[in-house]
Ligand binder design. Sequence first.
Ligand SMILES: *Cc1c(COP(=O)(O)O)cnc(C)c1O
Length: 412
Amino acid sequence: MPNFSLPDSVFEEAARRFPTPFHLYDERGILETAEQLNAAFAWAPHFEEYFAVKALPNPEILKLYHQAHCGLDCSSECELLLAEMAGFSGEDIMFSANAMPPEEFAHARRLNAIVNLDDITDIDILASNGGVPETVCVRFNPGGAFTLGNAIMGEPGESKYGWTREQMLPGLKRLKALGARRFGLHAFLASSTTDPTYYPGLAGILFDLGAEMEKAAGLQLAFVNLSGGIGIPYRPEQPRVDISAVGEDVRKEYVRVFGDPANGKAGIKTELGRFMTGPHGWLLTRAVHEKKIYKDYIGVDACASNLMRPAMYGAYHHIHVCGKRNEKADHRYDVTGCLCENNDKFAIDRMLPEVKIGDLLVIHDTGAHGFSMGYQYNGRLRSAEVLYTADGDFRLIRRAETPQDYFATLTV
Ligand SMILES: *Cc1c(COP(=O)(O)O)cnc(C)c1O
């Protein structure tokens, strides 16, 4: 079930204070989810969530994670700069880039961030761009199809990320020769899954491999990094993942491989993005156009530049019409933006109450991979971002772009 924690009065007040379209984020919800995750893994040695910055790269949001004792997962120079801006440093930053410019390793090392190596050839690049630190993380890709029980969770054999099984031992030995003493083990094998067996299944694989490599390579397993991938209920019929049950099932795997967590063997890290902020953001937009041809269309003042997931993946985002939550959904609409692209539709054949021009539409679950995937195609500009604060106020945390921003990079 998408997140209905905020009453329509909050959306209406926000839309009185700021012109649509904009993303609204709920500070309290963001902090509560961080607390729930930390509680679910409170049993684990050195537990730390590294919020995936790419999901919601606004420094005011990142500061909330500082407050919630989380770190950040960064994958580019600008994301490292954002982390610095929000007050993060040292091992509270995980740098997991792939195919990136070598000098970004040097930047990450200057911050004393943990570096997660995507490929065996990254070892030498790291060695000559900041050097190999005592603790270094490596990203594993088991290849083939990744299944748990009867479910196909992902196709790692088709994914560009990580090291093969065969590369692990020689790579770790090489890292040791270059000065590493401890290693972390990372894998990201399913995306946006609401299957509660994903993390425990992945953890079991990484704990086993980590214990084996620890012996074979003579390096200490510092931590297992379960990365991101836990999904959220975009659709009304989907359940929310019970993160405390997931934490408990990961604990059982831990005990199976390492024994009592109190002995403080390997630590646990996560890099969740979508699960952390996804349900705590909404795109607020007004109906500005109604069109009846072979189908009925509602044109809104937002477009795929503000939320690309429906256009890009055909992703479902729940929509409700503000003030009409209890009215019958007896009209069938395509809800469209204004781009000259027929995939610029927030919803296709969606049943909604009758929409009138000027109605406020609330598009749910835009708190992750929403604003951040925005672009400027067709000369459409990125929107503002507004924080609904824990004390019930509204704070503009990014203004909307203007034509000056659009032209700012021209050189003549
Ligand atoms: C995108 C990404 C994440 C977060 O993924 P979610 O699906 O948002 O949880 C975590 N780690 C890495 C390396 C990523 O690229």
